[in-house]
Design a protein around this ligand. Sequence first.
Ligand code: AMP
Ligand code: MG
Ligand code: MG
Length: 308
Amino acid sequence: MAQNAPLILRLVASSITAVNRAGKIIRDVMSQGDLGIVEKGKNDLQTEADRSAQRCIVTSLSRQFPSVTIIGEEGPSNCEVPSDWVVTDSDPQVLQLQCPEELGSVLDHEVVVWVDPLDGTSEYTQGLLDHVTVLVGIAVGGRAIGGVIHQPYYNYETVNGDDMGRTLWGISGIGTGGFEPQLPPEGRRIITTTRSHSNSVVQAALDALHPDEILRVGGAGHKVMLLMEGKAHAYVFASPGCKRWDTCAPEAVLVAMGGHLTDMHGNSYCYNKDTPHQNTGGVLATAKGEDHSWYLRNLPDTIRQTLV
Ligand code: AMP
Ligand code: MG
Ligand code: MG
């Protein structure tokens, strides 16, 4: 690794190789056929793939960045991991990027890394493989400034084995890589939302916005990807169900391409290490940052009041 590259670039570059390795673990668990499903709570599953992918990512990053705080969805990951799950190389192109001045001097203890080792677990267990993402978000001063999103099953219908999958990244003040950002079509309103965690408030928020089309898909990562690929204008989820690890990486990549993500009140989430994990104010994300205020204006207060 280029040890002299700024910390933020080294973190993103190492996260890229870690999520790629985690994606292979996720595919291997599925092809071996025993998902080892555990119910963490109501409508909240964990599989062997969630557990193993987290151990791979957290161990790989903490070996390289021992003073950085890493918070993973599946709890502490300090047990033994197979040696071939620990990756310490990094993406060479990201290490070459020019880092903006305000991020160039960030120190290890100022960074918090939020890891969702498998976002879209319900859909994974149901075989909706293209809804699955692996998320590593990087926060400084409570703000999501860097993100890596891996899709382990990207192109799975046309490509075999470990040739499938792709990894995207975004860094505040630099931009994005690994995909071609696209803007959604003018003159329509396409909204994406949950497919497995809906309720009457979630639906009422959608109804109030009169969308032309609703895309109900799994995973916060996958939904924000739809915004970044120009397939939806907004992600609207009037529920406290998402956690910081669901939104940190997607927010950072989305913002790096000009989008915006807040709670339903228009407030940004804080990603420092002492923050509560639950996104109690819901999620409102727009592909174009300038569209955000329209959604905020048109969401009824009665819905907002259900989300603190
Ligand atoms: P979804 O859009 O339903 O796929 O949810 C996005 C992320 O938030 C996933 O990681 C879900 O597990 C999580 N999530 C959303 N709603 C809930 C809920 N009611 N209970 C547990 N997790 C949830
Ligand atoms: Mg998740
Ligand atoms: Mg998860």
